[in-house]
Design a protein around this ligand. Sequence first.
Ligand SMILES: *[C@@H]1O[C@H](CO)[C@@H](O)[C@H](O)[C@H]1NC(C)=O
Ligand SMILES: *[C@@H]1O[C@H](CO)[C@@H](O)[C@H](O)[C@H]1NC(C)=O
Ligand SMILES: *[C@@H]1O[C@H](CO)[C@@H](O)[C@H](O)[C@H]1NC(C)=O
Ligand SMILES: *[C@@H]1O[C@H](CO)[C@@H](O)[C@H](O)[C@H]1NC(C)=O
Ligand SMILES: *[C@@H]1O[C@H](CO)[C@@H](O)[C@H](O)[C@H]1NC(C)=O
Length: 361
Amino acid sequence: MSLSKFVTLFASITSLVSAYNPQLAFNNAVEVETRTIDEIYQAALKEGGTLTVWHGGDEKNQQDFLKTAFEARFPGMTLNITVDLSKYHDVNLDRQLATNNVYVDSIILQTLNDFPRWKDEDALLPYKPLGYESVYDEFKDADGAYMGLFIIAWSESWNSNYVNASSAPKEYTDFLKPQFKDKLVLTYPNDDDAVLYQFDLILKQYGYSWFEALLAQNPRWVRGTATPATLVGASNGTYTATFTSSIGLAPSSPMNISFPTDGTFVSWPQTGAILKDAPHPESAKLLHSWMLSLEHQGGGWSTRRDAPAPAGYPGIMEMNGTDPTKFSKWMIDRAAVERLRFFFEDKIGSAQGLSPLIDDL
Ligand SMILES: *[C@@H]1O[C@H](CO)[C@@H](O)[C@H](O)[C@H]1NC(C)=O
Ligand SMILES: *[C@@H]1O[C@H](CO)[C@@H](O)[C@H](O)[C@H]1NC(C)=O
Ligand SMILES: *[C@@H]1O[C@H](CO)[C@@H](O)[C@H](O)[C@H]1NC(C)=O
Ligand SMILES: *[C@@H]1O[C@H](CO)[C@@H](O)[C@H](O)[C@H]1NC(C)=O
Ligand SMILES: *[C@@H]1O[C@H](CO)[C@@H](O)[C@H](O)[C@H]1NC(C)=O
């Protein structure tokens, strides 16, 4: 075969393959954003100034601080943000995709398994925001389809009015002490996959006997991961500790936190993507570029290599007791996740109560 025929043949095979495989067809040539944040802001204003975001979480007001900060930073912009469980946002987005009725601009979710799938379905806009190069490779799609915007982690949390420093929990085995009998509030592992992963890690380390001993402590099981911290923070001492909430690295008194070092805790990059059919793509780009900026990162653990570590802690990649890259791999195996969910459902029953968004806890 002549070289030119070979080249032609190769080109047609390549185009066949890329037509067949959406991964290859994906526009991986997208460049990192070259505009300044203010230039993106001007483009966003021209779109009308409102963008719609679906954010994972379990209390309606959980992202109010983000809305307030964004709108203060970019006057004229409105962040129409809706918080719901990631596992509900994703299936509702699937419906928008199936009916060609995408009205969400950006999604920021815990269900890390969804992003590669949506990329394969060509549902995501390739976009590399300002700061993209500084995001750890492990937290970002090489084509810019999605990336971790910040880190969330469960901590061991207690109310220091009722738990003194010498008896504060350090490892998961500490929650089995007599002082925590009837005093624990925990999120149903069978209602939240990041809590399920926590229980999976703990049982792999300490065995089923740890779980039996935990059940003997008579914990209160609740929906949502904000609810345990709310109940533990109440001033009547009915509940004193939890390990299924995330209350930040500098909690306000009387709450206090720690992270296990023998045991493993769950952390992950909360991941964002812009929809390919987003009605306000420039506004979504503004949000993602701003969320990743060093101006906005800070306080908590960052997905950026170059962000300063939070006060009192090393960066998330240097933190003992966690591996923030593992949750996405665990989430991808939906069959294993489902088996585990039913394992816990069998032991503690199906999650009871209203959605944590509309319960009053
Ligand atoms: C705001 O978001 C909600 C929920 O996604 C949506 O129903 C509503 O149409 C949006 N409002 C505007 C003004 O875009
Ligand atoms: C701390 O709390 C534990 C458990 O309630 C108790 O046994 C211990 O005496 C307390 N220590 C101090 C110094 O108060
Ligand atoms: C929080 O707990 C840690 C570990 O038990 C302790 O060293 C620290 O003093 C506590 N902080 C506050 C503000 O109580
Ligand atoms: C303590 O406060 C919590 C949260 O408000 C409530 O659920 C619980 O019933 C209270 N306990 C008592 C004994 O009043
Ligand atoms: C992490 O663990 C290692 C080994 O135990 C220890 O030397 C190091 O100081 C720990 N790092 C932090 C930040 O706690």
